[in-house]
Design a protein around this ligand. Structure first.
Ligand code: FSO
Ligand code: SF4
Length: 539
């Protein structure tokens, strides 16, 4: 196996024996094959569109779920992945027969595969020999995985954007096209960022039209006395279905990690058993799931292979999967039946309290626009000197303590804008407020980085600036997996320069590709906290 798609890849070069994330080699190579056949299918659908034929929404959904399944910490179940390969090959074969100009297609489009193990070992990342082409192909593929995940969440709320799907497929097909040069692929990378913005906008629209606009909300981080169910991941539709089905059962529902921002949506506030948030970012789950005592529902990536002590309490849905854990699903638009999970909850003890207090969030675009006068006044008076975007991911590595230290040492006239699970590195530090504006403004999940971009664009308009980079905003972003890649590409597309990215730069960037990012966009790594504070705040 060879996988280097996330920030925790072994020795920051690549996982080759098994994943640091717990992914086995057998799973890794099947994921490679799933990506390969999905690219083949995408070549077919792209050609069909060129020939003026339409592609079913079901095929679009097959592509996005396939990509999502291979995101870091999403799916550890080999049988599920093999099933998806089989299904993809079947759909591809049918559609291939409809292509008129078969000569226009790459090999993968018409390829029939029966011996999965053999072929899987031939089609991985290292199959591309030129390291710059490989680097760009992977950068694009990872961005598309993130975009597919966001699309899938919108799809669950019955919102689709055919243009985004068509782009995902076209770009996937292009990563198998040997005629594309480094320059072509750099251009495709930026175009991926453009569709990243569109994909996040689609999800934002889907979430806010279903659940209202996030608003300032205090979230309890303690526990109640009833048995509970813990919901993790990003899928708000799953949460809604679970909350509906737990009414009157005596079972409380808690959010975990990236599900915390669900509390900010007005819609969910009507559920009295929607208790609070339990625990921290994804990587602490092995301890926190143990002490939660009740069932846990993983709605997306963010799964750490479970300990035996709670494995029978871990359930998955959607693209998430763990060998030996129960999985609940239903087609888009239909209700998932969570009754077995709720039954299990009733027999469990209430959660063990691990923290007490409250955290505040809900600063997505609508809420911040409502506070615009106050914010602009604070900037004009000098009460706020600078905003620092510290969105992104949290992770296991000790080097991420940098972000806690950076946040706590930031001068008192600075405000942190955040989204994603990176916030758990500093959202319980009580950093205070500036004239009533909290110093940590949490917009929501990683996809709500879109809100941060809208806020920046709004400020640019208010201050009448030509360039987003003239705003008093610095970017110090933490990344871990492929959703962060699409967020980064989206920011680059929007013209944001001088983003600091850590705790390490991606291993999949070859020196030449990294240079392009440094020279064209001013991307930089992180350094010493005090030096970076000077660089980012004083400048
Ligand atoms: Fe991932 Fe990052 Fe959203 Fe976290 S991009 S790691 S769990 O912020 O959340 O999916
Ligand atoms: Fe390694 Fe990350 Fe790939 Fe897991 S997802 S195998 S940790 S590079």
């Amino acid at each position: 196996m060879f996988c280097y798609q996330c920030q925790e890849t072994a020795r920051n070069t690549g996982c080759t024996i098994q994943g640091v994330c717990g992914k086995k080699a057998t799973t890794a190579i099947m994921q490679d094959l799933l990506i390969y056949v999905t690219k083949g299918l995408s070549a077919v659908t792209t050609q069909l569109r060129k020939e003026g034929k339409s592609v079913d929404q079901e095929v679009n959904h097959l592509v996005t779920v396939n990509l999502f399944t291979t995101i870091t910490n999403a799916n550890f179940d080999d049988d599920v992945i093999k099933g998806r390969i089989k299904k993809t090959l079947e759909v591809k074969k049918d559609l291939y027969a409809q292509v008129e100009d078969k000569d226009a297609l790459v090999k993968a489009a018409g390829e029939e595969i029966t011996d999965y193990d053999t072929r899987a070992k031939e089609v991985g990342v290292l199959a591309t020999e030129n390291e710059d082409i490989r680097s760009l192909r992977e950068l694009i593929t990872y961005g598309l995985k993130g975009l597919a995940a966001y699309s899938k969440h919108a799809n669950a709320l019955l919102k689709d954007n055919e243009e985004v799907d068509a782009f995902i497929q076209e770009a996937l097909a292009k990563t198998l096209d040997d005629s594309l040069t480094v320059d072509d692929l750099v251009a495709l990378t930026l175009e991926t960022g453009k569709y990243g913005v569109d994909g996040m906008a689609l999800l934002d629209e889907a979430n806010t039209s279903a659940y209202g606009h996030p608003e300032i909300t205090e979230v309890d981080i303690g526990v109640r006395k009833n048995p509970g169910i813990l919901v993790s991941g990003h899928d708000l539709k799953d949460l809604e279905m679970l909350l509906e089905q737990t009414q009157g059962t005596g079972v409380d529902v808690y959010t975990h990690s990236e599900m915390l921002p669900a509390h900010y949506y007005p819609f969910f506030k009507k559920y009295e058993n929607f208790a609070g948030n339990y625990g921290n970012a994804w990587w602490k789950q092995t301890e926190e799931f143990e002490s939660f005592n009740g069932p846990i529902l993983m709605t997306t990536n963010c799964v750490v292979p479970p300990r035996a002590s709670y494995k029978d309490r871990l359930w998955t849905t959607g693209a998430a999967g763990v060998d030996g854990c129960k999985h609940i699903d239903a087609p888009y638009g239909e209700t998932k039946d969570f009754s077995a999970l709720i039954e299990q909850a009733k027999s469990c003890e209430a959660p063990t309290e691990i923290e007490t207090g409250k955290i505040v969030g809900g600063f997505a675009h609508n809420q911040v626009f409502a506070l615009a006068d106050q914010v602009v006044e604070a900037v004009k008076s000098g009460a706020i000197r600078k905003f620092v975007v510290m969105a992104g991911c949290d992770g296991r590595q000790k080097s991420r303590n940098y972000y806690t230290e950076f946040a706590s040492k930031l001068p008192h006239d600075t405000v942190i804008l955040t989204a994603g699970c990176a916030k758990y590195k500093y959202n319980k530090l009580n950093l205070g407020d500036i004239n009533g504006i909290p110093r940590v403004l949490d917009a929501g999940q990683c996809n709500d980085s879109y809100s941060l971009a809208l806020i920046a664009l709004k400020l640019k308009e208010i201050f009448n600036l030509d360039d987003i980079n003239d705003l008093p905003i610095a970017f110090n972003i933490a990344w871990y997996e492929q959703k962060a890649v699409i967020v980064l590409l989206a920011l680059l597309y929007l013209g944001v320069k001088n983003i600091h990215l850590g705790p390490t730069l991606p291993a999949f960037l070859s020196p030449n590709v990294a240079n392009v990012l440094v020279e064209q966009f001013g991307i930089a790594g992180i350094g010493d906290v005090d030096d970076d504070l000077k660089l980012l705040v004083e400048a």
